[in-house]
Design a protein around this ligand. Structure first.
Ligand SMILES: Cc1ncc(COP(=O)(O)O)c(C=O)c1O
Length: 380
């Protein structure tokens, strides 16, 4: 009998979460309410207890409003890695500022302080490091640099809930740290996101609360004032109830992800196909994705063909991501020339995302590795 299709990602929901969702429906209150407050508190506790967490409808909205609360707008520049999802750069454009791309490290896929420093101009207001696939950017030197330069850091931690940098959870320190709880993330609220903020910036907390919901400021007598034409980014209680169930398993999920990633390393470390493995990181890696580079040019066929050969063997393979500067929206704006971001462009051409999610077994990793051998027509 053919084995079931193995997708590259799939969320895991337990029965208690499903029952909790039904209870939330039955409670009669399904949009933002007590479950949102509960999940915000639970995330604050998870992050060590001295941060404020605000839930959003998605990380894209959280990132956009994080820039807005810092006053970033026309004439300002935000440094963004050339290898990330489009959302990281789009939010910069949406507030009227200019994304300035920097190349990334070939193995970690993360931006480097050296590249950030070289890209800094008098217009730089923010650096947006992306913790690619859950491996934290080297934050201490970046924050120290930001402080010296008067530049804020808005962390795109979409991949990094549960990741740790030098033992500290991502989001437990720093300026504005934005998580995604999209369905393919390490914990999900189906769609959703959050900002983690320091308590000693009440103006950011207050500003984001209003940017999250129509610009409303509530008065003590129950009336309200509208202070700006803000958007609407609130999360529903139904989604928050899903998140509460997910958060209770997050560390276990991430431990399983790490075990599976270790198996990929064991099986692929010495391979005859010249695959480029990702940086191994340490126990702080959240292993949101396991991405490898395949030298398609040398092999004489392309990624689409590879994905089709894997699919024919019952295995889903993703692609995260094309480099951003060559894409239509950005290439004229940043006057992109081929080869300008050599590592990001090479990753964009060669990367594939192998299956990795908590319900997978070690045997599934082995099956993926065997299928890769078949798909690449093992020269050995
Ligand atoms: C690096 C990065 N930033 C931002 C986002 C946007 O997250 P969301 O879908 O929650 O808006 C994503 C989504 O995949 C992402 O990968």
């Amino acid at each position: 009998m053919a084995e079931p299709f193995l997708p590259f990602t799939r969320p895991t929901f337990d029965e208690a979460t499903l029952a909790g969702v039904v209870d939330t429906f039955r409670s009669g209150w399904v949009t933002s309410g007590p479950r949102v407050v509960e999940l915000e508190s639970a995330l604050e506790h998870y992050l060590g207890g001295d941060r404020r967490v605000l839930l959003f409808g998605h990380a894209t909205g959280a990132l956009e409003e994080a820039l807005r609360v810092l006053g970033v707008g026309p004439g300002d520049e935000v440094i963004v890695p050339a290898m990330t999802f489009a959302a990281s750069a789009n939010v910069v454009l949406r507030v009227g500022a200019t994304p300035v791309f920097v190349d990334v490290d070939l193995d970690t896929r993360n931006l480097t302080l050296q590249a950030v420093d070289a890209a800094r101009t008098e217009h730089t207001r923010v650096v947006m490091p992306v913790h690619f696939a859950g491996w934290p950017v080297d934050l201490d030197p970046l924050y120290a640099w930001g402080q010296r330069q008067g530049v804020h850091i808005v962390e795109d931690a979409a991949h990094a809930i549960g990741a740790r940098y030098r033992g500290r959870p991502i989001g437990s320190f720093g300026d504005l740290v934005c998580f995604s709880f999209h369905a393919n993330k390490n914990m999900t609220t189906i769609e959703g996101g959050a900002v983690s903020l320091p308590l000693d910036h009440p103006e950011w907390i207050d500003g984001l609360e209003r940017l999250r919901f129509h610009g409303l400021r509530k008065n003590t007598d129950g009336s309200y004032e509208v202070e700006r034409a803000a958007g609407k980014h609130n999360l529903s209680d139904v989604a928050a109830r899903v998140g509460l169930g997910q958060l209770s398993h997050l560390d276990d999920f991430n431990r399983t992800r790490r075990r599976l990633a270790e198996r990929y390393f064991e099986r692929l470390e010495s391979n005859p196909w010249d695959l480029g493995l990702p940086a191994r990181g340490d126990a702080g890696h959240a292993w949101h994705m396991f991405t490898v580079r395949i030298p398609f040019e040398k092999l004489g066929f392309d990624r689409t063909e590879f994905q089709a050969r894997m699919r024919a063997q019952g295995i889903g393979v993703g692609m995260h991501y094309p480099a951003l500067p060559p894409l239509a929206l950005y290439h004229e704006r940043c006057a992109w020339q081929p080869g300008q971001f050599p590592n990001a462009e090479r990753i964009g051409r060669e990367t594939v995302t192998l299956p990795l999610f908590p319900a997978m077994q070690i045997a599934d990793v082995d099956r993926v590795v065997e299928a890769i051998g078949q798909a690449l027509v093992n020269p050995g």
